[in-house]
Design a protein around this ligand. Structure first.
Ligand SMILES: *Cc1c(COP(=O)(O)O)cnc(C)c1O
Length: 365
């Protein structure tokens, strides 16, 4: 028998969350962002739930090939564009749209021989200072691109740094608007946080294309200000493991490496077949929640490489083989959001789902 740990990918929840993105921006077309192997879900496993998207956005040519191999004939966008000239050959061959954020990428395009002109997304650096042309250089980049026979369509794009937090997006919207107001072409600005928090009241954000990632995967972009429940999202990944041993502790007994936990009274604990080598964060604080048999209990002691120890006091019926849900939805439907675990480990849901380990068997249901 394989080790009793698994990740379930919930097809219907992916479809639900995608519909939720669409509802936030009903006039827009929706890129399902599937970079990083669909945020750790597996592109092939996530695809059936996401096929209602208008396109798939990602970073890696090999991932783009996998999307095409699934039979997807619609738009595919490379969010970082091409890294070297021969990537353009793949764009021509696979009909990929690609981001242009740097002058060197325009040089490559100008030297590229193709019979099928490309659809490019011209990226502005409106304040995040990672990728894109500064507002003052944007127009000349646009003019240069529109003069190339290799280019047939230019969509205007920027990325928002603070859509999930207190600074907000007004400063970036103003920079984008000022530099693009008289340029033709579609526009795309919104990630999940912007789609949920700002698109309902801001037409600019729901213009043409939105680019939701994290919300599609059932994690709230602005947790703890708002939870997935608040946003009407459902978990799409459930990490589950069985109890492979139990221990009866006496008051004063300790648990695990470093004796981080000491029992204050007699109690029973369960040992789960999941640890940090499976992608569960070692950094979680004491008393992090876990669901066992539909009951919310807590982790006791350190997370180790292959095992996690949990308090069975509130679940007397739990025994060898009982199933625990580390995050996601347990078999009876109760939910423990990945955001709660991420917060306990001082990180975000994005990092946990992307870090699901290879050794955890995953399947869609
Ligand atoms: C990852 C990414 C997104 C999606 O962001 P979420 O916060 O996951 O919604 C959108 N646009 C770009 C350019 C990205 O790289």
């Amino acid at each position: 028998m394989p080790r009793p740990v698994e990740a379930l990918i919930h097809t219907e929840a992916l479809a639900h969350n995608l519909r939720r993105a669409r509802a936030a921006a009903p006039e827009a077309r929706v890129w399902a962002v599937v970079k990083a192997n669909a945020y750790g879900h597996g592109i092939e496993r996530a695809f059936p739930g996401l096929r209602g998207a208008d396109g798939f956005a990602l970073l890696d040519l090999l991932e783009a090939e996998r999307v095409r191999a699934l039979g997807w004939r619609g738009p595919v966008l490379l969010l970082e564009g091409c890294f070297e000239a021969r990537d353009l050959e793949a764009c021509s061959r696979l009909n990929l749209w690609h981001t242009v954020h740097h002058e060197a990428q325009i040089d490559m395009l100008a030297a590229h021989k193709t019979h099928a002109p490309h659809h490019v997304f011209l990226k502005m650096n409106s304040g995040m200072n990672r990728l894109g042309f500064a507002p003052g250089a944007y127009r000349s980049a646009w003019l240069r691109l529109s003069g190339l026979t290799q280019v047939e369509d230019i969509t205007l794009m920027t990325h928002l740094s603070d859509a999930d937090g207190p600074r907000g997006i007004a400063h970036q919207l103003a920079a984008f608007e000022q530099a693009t107001h008289d340029l033709p072409g579609d526009r795309t600005l919104a990630n999940s946080a912007a789609a949920l928090r700002f698109a309902p009241q801001d037409l600019t954000l729901r213009a043409d294309w939105v680019r939701p990632g994290i919300m599609v995967y059932g994690s709230s972009p602005d947790f703890p200000a708002a939870s997935i429940k608040d946003w009407g999202l459902q978990p799409t990944m459930s990490l589950r493991a069985s109890i492979i041993a139990t221990q009866d502790l006496r008051a004063g007994d300790t648990v695990g490496y470093g004796s981080r936990f000491t029992a204050t009274q007699d109690m029973r604990i369960g040992v789960l077949a999941c640890g940090y080598a499976d992608g569960y964060p070692r950094a979680v604080s004491a008393d992090t929640p876990v669901l066992v048999g539909g009951v919310r209990t807590r982790i006791v002691g350190r997370v180790s490489m292959d095992m996690i120890t949990v308090d069975l006091t509130p679940v007397p019926a739990a025994n060898l083989g009982s199933v625990a849900t580390l995050w996601g939805r347990c078999p009876d439907g109760m939910v423990l959001s990945i955001d709660e675990i991420a917060q306990s480990a001082n990180t975000v849901g994005y990092e946990l789902m992307c870090a699901l380990a290879q050794r955890v068997p995953a399947r869609a249901e």
